[in-house]
Design a protein. Structure first.
Length: 209
């Protein structure tokens, strides 16, 4: 019997606030066996990581340890300017892609088909190949232009998932709030996880009298 090829997932981070969401998605993806994790981030994302987490990421000589990752054997890094990288082609079968966080600039370019770097090109590939694409915008308030762009992407089949955590699980920490969003991202990437409660699960069914 031949081995089954690992499933590929692509994660991209752009220059919106909320880098912690992308970091947590990456951490969880790397926990899943037989999942080949492809990763890229923009220059603006690197700047946000430095401001929000004091992480200094060298895009030219990427080292996973700069992101606090101790085990990253299945991580495949792509420079955002390398439009000849594998994810830029539809023949390279990426199972699903997420942009976490997704800047409004990135969303706007995708909505109008004017992608330039690998992140935008890879997302365009997901659109044309009709493969799962998840965007996690982190912006507030949203202008009419933002809403129009996001609505257009949603109509094209993109899952638009604002970084808006729920509270029914009674979160106790900021990490709980972050993981609520991360769990939903993983769900839409069809990646198994054990993050957070699910509504209706773990509750005793009430008997009718």
């Amino acid at each position: 019997m031949t081995d089954v090829a690992p499933r590929r997932v692509l994660l991209a981070m752009t220059g919106a606030s909320g880098a912690v969401y992308g970091l947590r998605v990456l951490e969880e993806l790397l926990k899943v066996e037989r999942l080949e994790v492809h990763f890229t981030l923009s220059e603006s994302a690197a700047k946000v990581l430095r401001v929000e987490h004091d992480m200094k990421v060298n895009l030219e000589r990427f080292d996973p340890r700069a992101l606090g990752l101790k085990k990253a054997a299945r991580l495949v890094y792509h420079h955002h300017a390398n439009v000849a990288a594998a994810p830029a082609s539809g023949s390279f079968r990426i199972g699903a892609m997420a942009i976490v966080p997704c800047s409004m600039a990135c969303a706007g370019k995708l909505a109008h088909g004017v992608g330039g770097d690998l992140i935008e090109r890879a997302a365009e590939v997901m659109l044309k190949e009709k493969r799962p694409l998840v965007l996690v915008p982190r912006e507030t308030p949203l202008s009419a232009i933002h809403l129009e762009n996001l609505a257009k992407l949603a109509m094209l089949g993109v899952t638009v998932m604002p970084a808006a955590p729920g509270f029914y699980g009674k979160p106790q920490t900021i990490a709980d709030l972050v993981d609520f969003v991360v769990a939903r991202v993983l769900d839409h990437l069809s990646v198994e996880h054990g993050l957070g409660p699910r509504w209706g699960e773990g509750q005793k069914a009430k008997r009718k009298t």
